[in-house]
Write a protein that binds this ligand. Sequence first.
Ligand SMILES: Nc1ncnc2c1ncn2[C@@H]1O[C@H](COP(=O)(O)OP(=O)(O)O)[C@@H](O)[C@H]1O
Ligand SMILES: [Mg+2]
Length: 322
Amino acid sequence: MATAEQIKALIKSHYDLDAERFSTIALQMAAYEAQKGHKSLAYELKSIVNKGKKSPLKVINRSDALSDLILWREPEDRLSSIILPDDLKVRIERILREFYQRNKLNKYGLSHRRKILLSGPPGTGKTMTASVIAGELDLNYYVILTDKIVTKYMGETAAKLRQIFDFISKNAGVYLFDEFDAIGAERGRDNEVGEMRRVLNSFLQFIENDKSNSFIIAATNNIDSLDQALFRRFDDVLFYELPNKNQGLRLMENKLSSFQKTFDLSKLPFKEFIGLSYSEIAQACDDAVKETVLSDKKKITRQILISMLQNRKKIYRTDKHK
Ligand SMILES: Nc1ncnc2c1ncn2[C@@H]1O[C@H](COP(=O)(O)OP(=O)(O)O)[C@@H](O)[C@H]1O
Ligand SMILES: [Mg+2]
């Protein structure tokens, strides 16, 4: 059996939400059992730890302290599937390269760029970028529900943020603060209580003090609302835009690549999809495929694709006039 010290340390690390320490102690226990000749128990312990490491959110779930604010996600996107202007792609590649070679940088007292602000209209690839970084670097990917921290924990938002940053420092990964304007909005436009000002101040302090290796990525649709003091806390700010003709066509080529078409997609005029986001174009392509499959046709027609793009435009317009 494990020693009393090991059991105590294991329980403590669980309540401290210290997943890394938890795994280390569990592995020590496995080594201890192996020494005593309990080979199969040692093996079982090791495989439980290895499996658990792949879905670390379980550690949060059990204590339930942050499970409604931090979601663990499978990073499903790769760099090859995101379409971006060349300069943005280069910037993302640089983020990846600095991480790969972070030890080299550390020797010169430098750290890899890992606090990143993403700005741009909805559906242009901000969330996808966070998932690409996690996917390419094989890191755990977490989404933080920023607006929920503020609305659900009004009055104790700063305390929740502290717990989140604690978690970030102990669990290496990519952390996306989605809907970041919920805490990043300018301090001037405050309510009487001053809660939001305190929250933003705490965030500024936490992000500045964070010395982990984790990526802290904040995404906003509304960069103009953000407090100026935020900008210098980030290592990089990336601006996303709606696709131009070429980017829109490339996205459609990708989305429809496994289907035969009765027309030349590369000749589709820009007016058919101008103003739509990547996300809306991707959805229109999925709709066109569904329609084709459901009506037992073998090939996608120009008409079906155009009508699905038009539907997306209608949704977009009605949304805008709400
Ligand atoms: N730049 C892009 N390249 C390829 N697909 C994209 C791009 N941007 C968005 N998409 C598609 O739209 C979906 C939603 O985009 P998302 O990254 O959530 O947008 P945002 O976070 O900017 O609102 C993605 O999962 C992807 O399928
Ligand atoms: Mg998003």
